[in-house]
Each structure stands twice: as structure tokens, then as C-alpha cells.
Design a protein around this ligand. Structure first.
Ligand code: HEM
Length: 144
């Protein structure tokens, strides 16, 4: 049943039609699960599943809970298909740290921190200034 369902492709708009308590589908990692029969038994409660269904994509909410491996293996029995044209975040973005929840503009992205440049130039400038002062005091000021 699960294998047969996994072959079905759904448009997000089609999944959105199944967001009631009598017919509740959730999308997790591009896969579509019919959790209607699981609503009452879900240890996290009926409401969270219903809310996740209405939100369109339950992946983030599902991951935030940190479901156990036994919860994850249960999912297969509710699988009805996949989202059409779904691209996993790690492929759609060039950086692979995105998928583990790093904010898009974090450390190793974008231009180098301007402070690094200043940190390098400022000591050089101070050194140049010190040499100029030494030169002036030793050779020029003494001469007068
Ligand atoms: C087919 C999909 C899902 C299955 C099979 C499932 C299964 C389970 C299971 C077995 C647990 C008990 C704890 C564990 O073993 O991790 C659980 C807890 C929970 N689940 Fe789900 N879940 C699903 C989807 C979701 C979604 C979409 C949400 C969205 C927010 C959610 C929220 C929660 C919460 C809040 C708990 C309670 C955690 C706690 O009390 O510590 N679940 N789920």
C-alpha cells in the first residue's frame, strides 16, 4: 500500500484540499502523508497535525519536535505520495549548511568581514607612523 502510494504525485494545491479533521494530509520533506486515521492516536495531539496540514509544509514543525526513529518508521504506513517537482533544500541551495538550519547569511557566506581588512591595515599604518616619527626625530628635528 505504501509503495503503491509513493508513486503518486500531487500538486501542492491538491494537497491543500485535504486539510480538515475528516481528511488530513501533511507534507514532510516533499512526501505526502494521509494522517486522518492517525489524528486521534498522535502522541503530539490532533491539533498540531491539523495545523501542520493547513500550513502547507509540515517539515520544519516535524523536525523541530525531534521525532524518534520509531515515529519516523511509522510514517511509511501513512504515505500516499510525493509533491510534484519537489526539490530538497540541500539541492536547491548551493550551501549544504542551510538544511541543518543555519541562517542563510551566516559566517561562511558573502564577502569577507570588513573588520578583517581593518585589523590588517591599521597595525601597518601605525607602524608606518612610528617609523616616520622616529625618522623625523632622529634625522630632521635633530638637525635644527
Ligand atoms: C506522519 C507524521 C507523523 C507521525 C507518524 C508522528 C508520530 C509521532 C510519535 C510516535 C510521537 C511520540 C514521540 C516520538 O516517538 O517521537 C510524536 C510526538 C509528537 N509529534 Fe508527531 N508525528 C507526525 C507528524 C507530526 C507533525 C507534522 C507535527 C507538527 C508539529 C508533530 C508534532 C508532534 C509533537 C508536538 C509531539 C509531542 C512531542 C513531545 O511530547 O515531546 N508530529 N509524533
Amino acid at each position: 500500500m505504501a509503495a503503491e502510494g509513493a508513486k503518486k504525485l500531487f500538486a501542492p494545491s491538491e494537497v491543500a484540499l485535504h486539510a480538515s479533521r475528516k481528511d488530513c494530509w501533511v507534507v514532510i520533506h516533499g512526501k505526502v502523508y494521509d494522517v486522518t486515521k492517525f489524528l486521534e492516536d498522535h502522541p503530539g495531539g490532533e491539533d498540531v497535525l491539523h495545523h501542520a496540514s493547513a500550513s502547507g509544509d509540515a517539515t520544519e514543525a516535524f523536525e523541530e519536535v525531534g521525532h524518534s526513529t520509531s515515529a519516523i518508521s511509522m510514517m511509511d504506513s501513512y504515505l500516499v505520495g510525493s509533491i510534484e517537482g519537489y526539490v530538497p533544500p540541500s539541492i536547491s541551495k548551493s550551501s549544504d549548511d542551510w538544511s541543518v538550519g543555519a541562517p542563510p547569511n551566516s559566517r561562511n557566506k558573502g564577502p569577507p568581514n570588513p573588520n578583517t581588512f581593518l585589523d590588517f591595515v591599521l597595525p601597518l599604518f601605525m607602524l608606518g607612523l612610528a617609523i616616520a616619527a622616529w625618522y623625523y626625530l632622529t634625522f630632521i628635528a635633530k638637525g635644527n
